[in-house]
Write a protein that binds this ligand. Structure first.
Ligand code: FES
Ligand code: FES
Length: 164
């Protein structure tokens, strides 16, 4: 089989019903995409397929064509300088981090579709589950990015605000 992943055509062998997640992690060695629930609930396995956030744990690999462009967390930017990644780091959004590659992929897709999402837009798009409860920081970071704010300065407000 062939898939277009992070700008490269990758060849591998897999059963047709193998979830895309396992091909990404095991055959292609891209372990930034995580396994959480395996039943499309948590979003830890989120990747982009032609820009659409997709839960790769329930997507049979045979349903993705070599023409479709898959982007994983490793391909979101060359050196971690995507605006979402920079804001996440500056604002200390992650705690344990396990859910965060999926969160970042979902947030990046949302901000591409809606430049200035409302809280309702964020709630509708960010259905990822975080056991550490980073939801407030995720939401605030998305707003800061959307407004083109200074994440360093805004981060101080967000940290203060999150204590309330
Ligand atoms: S591992 Fe795919 S949604 Fe949870
Ligand atoms: S940061 Fe720990 S599960 Fe989300």
């Amino acid at each position: 089989m062939k898939l277009h992943v992070n700008g490269q055509v990758r060849e591998f062998e897999a059963e047709e019903d193998t979830p895309l997640l396992w091909v990404i992690r095991e055959q292609l060695g891209l372990t930034g995409t995580k396994y959480g629930c395996g039943v499309a609930q948590c979003g830890a396995c989120t990747v982009h397929i032609d820009g659409e956030p997709t839960r790769s744990c329930v997507r049979p690999v045979s349903t993705v064509t070599a023409e479709q462009k898959i982007v994983t967390i490793e391909g979101l930017s060359l050196d971690g300088n995507h605006p979402v990644q920079k804001a996440w780091a500056a604002l200390d959004v992650p705690q344990c981090g396990f859910c965060q590659s999926g969160m970042i992929m979902a947030a990046a897709a949302l901000l591409k579709q809606k430049k200035n999402p409302t809280d309702a837009d964020i709630d509708a798009a960010m259905t990822n589950i975080c056991r550490c409860g980073t939801y407030n920081r995720v939401r605030k970071a998305i707003h800061v990015i959307a407004k083109g704010g200074d994440v360093k300065t805004a981060g101080l407000d967000i940290v203060e605000g999150s204590k309330a």
